[in-house]
Design a protein around this ligand. Sequence first.
Ligand code: ADP
Ligand code: MG
Length: 265
Amino acid sequence: MTEPMLSVRNLRKTYGGTGRGEGLVAVDDVSFDLAPGESLAIVGESGSGKTTTARMVAGLEVATGGAVLLDGRPVAGPGKRRSRDIQMVFQDPLGSLDPRQRVGAAIAEVLAVGGRRSRAERRVRVAELLDEVGLDQRHAMEYPRNLSGGQRQRVAIARALALEPRILILDEAVSALDVSVQAQVINLLVELRRRLGVSYLFVSHDLAVVRQVSDRCLVMHRGAVVEEGGTGEVLDRPRERYTQQLLDAVPRPGWTPRKRSAALT
Ligand code: ADP
Ligand code: MG
């Protein structure tokens, strides 16, 4: 059998455990694989452990137990540097961008840290990355506050892609955007995956978005994976009651809240 590119095994995270007390179990025995170029979604309600799982995979959070393996080797651990093969994009790009740094410099900084030595080389790559995420060259001289939410998220994506990672973790990366802007950024993500062959771990509570970007889907509930399968299969024919409840909570066109219709009579 061939080894999966990314292999997450029995990942666990507890907060605030002391002595024999368990503390809060945020992530409970989560396992999954991710293949090259594949897009895997993690869905679930708020507090189900999606972000904690994503952060452990990215090496931003230390796991209480289990392992994250890339090509069969652990990606995180004591004294180990974060793998540049796994990068993360967050919901709020302003949180990860320095307000005093122009966009071009913010992208160049990632390249410098990644060992791209000459300034000329970095300048060429910054231009290439801006183009790749659908921004104009003039955006390089802008400050984050002068960009729209969608443009700022494109900058965050450019930074995450700068060192050519194999895996991009997107944690609610389009959740804060207006619907029309959201659709554009989703299109960009679909396009980038096709062009670059990068894999996505796409964390979202929004099932409609997940449908558009993911081949496969994990459903988390109270820290554990309760269902896993092809996105269409899981969302159209869920096997678990929890998944069905999650789907029922999504407003559909033509659906009228009960309270409102009662008030109208
Ligand atoms: P999701 O992303 O699905 O909303 P999270 O992974 O953020 O869920 O949170 C899972 C659980 O872990 C929640 O109960 C949350 O309150 C808890 N949690 C997350 N981060 C911390 C932390 N740093 N300290 C204590 N509890 C945390
Ligand atoms: Mg979250």
